[in-house]
Design a protein around this ligand. Structure first.
Ligand SMILES: *[C@@H]1O[C@H](CO)[C@@H](O)[C@H](O)[C@H]1NC(C)=O
Ligand SMILES: *[C@@H]1O[C@H](CO)[C@@H](O)[C@H](O)[C@H]1NC(C)=O
Ligand SMILES: *[C@@H]1O[C@H](CO)[C@@H](O)[C@H](O)[C@H]1NC(C)=O
Length: 248
């Protein structure tokens, strides 16, 4: 009898565990996840690579790193090696970690720029990026950085957006991913993912994330501090009209 009941408890515990892991593995499309109470300092891992777009990186980092943003956060640049990367604007940025030796990052960040092409072409880098995205609590992309994210095997059924000038290229190069590409959006949030439109749109998306992590008033305060007119409406995207979508 005693034997039997501990076995039933084992069975119940096992099925609860299975149910939980099914839940956590299932695609999550709900609101942007809150900062967990026990998180401590948020580790932001910004993936940088040769020919990344400078403002894609530095715009959001200005916001996440702002001294009065009421956020306990640390910015870490992560390269494919520790060699300084040369951005598309020829400004050098120095990684602190590599994709293989960095500790787990809470907020993983992928910029765009012409440098995404060799990144997407490398199976090894894509495997490492996929792992980083998977273990992150949140992932953010700017511009065509969303093409890199779409290239992981994680975005099936997700809403995403990207740079409007390169929209068709991104859609064409991620046909296997079954992404619901949103044609008019300054940024798109779906579950733990925020993908932004081109270059400066990354700042609007970063302010959105800051507002979710803290408050709207706090994000507004930071945009005032940097004298930036924050486009608060995620659907306000005048650039979508400049590049009409021609694919059916
Ligand atoms: C995804 O986008 C569609 C519009 O194409 C919208 O109806 C839906 O609510 C979005 N889903 C999420 C999870 O945001
Ligand atoms: C893609 O990778 C192949 C080898 O794996 C290489 O020959 C080719 O030059 C690469 N293309 C780009 C655009 O990086
Ligand atoms: C708003 O930002 C200013 C800097 O521009 C800072 O001095 C102030 O403490 C901030 N207010 C709050 C409530 O965080």
């Amino acid at each position: 009898m005693k034997h039997f009941s501990s076995f039933s408890i084992f069975l119940i515990a096992t099925s609860i565990n299975v149910a939980f892991s099914l839940l956590s593995d299932a695609a999550y499309h709900g609101p942007f996840p809150k900062v967990p109470k026990d998180m401590g300092t948020i580790q932001l891992g910004a993936f940088i690579f040769d020919n990344a777009e400078l403002l894609d990186i530095t715009g959001p980092m200005e916001i996440f790193g702002a001294p009065f943003n009421n956020l306990d956060i640390k910015i870490n640049f992560i390269g494919t090696s520790l060699k300084p990367v040369k951005t598309a604007q020829s400004v050098l940025l120095t990684p602190k970690y590599t994709l293989s030796n960095a500790p787990k990052m809470d907020l993983f960040f992928i910029p765009g720029g012409p440098g995404i092409i060799p990144v997407m072409n490398s199976t090894k880098i894509m495997r490492q990026v996929t792992k980083r995205v998977k273990e992150s609590t949140w992932t953010m992309t700017v511009c065509v950085g969303s093409a890199v994210l779409a290239k992981t095997d994680l975005m099936d059924g997700y809403n995403m957006t990207t740079n409007k000038m390169d929209f068709e290229w991104v859609v064409k190069n991620s046909e296997d991913a079954k992404v619901n590409w949103i044609k008019r959006a300054r940024w798109v949030q779906d579950g733990k993912y925020v993908t932004s439109s081109g270059v400066s749109a990354g700042m609007d998306a970063a302010l959105y994330i800051l507002s979710e992590f803290t408050s709207l008033a706090n994000a507004q305060n930071v945009s005032n501090f940097i004298e930036y007119s924050w486009h608060k409406d995620a659907n306000d995207d005048p650039f979508a009209d400049l590049y009409p979508y021609t694919r059916s």
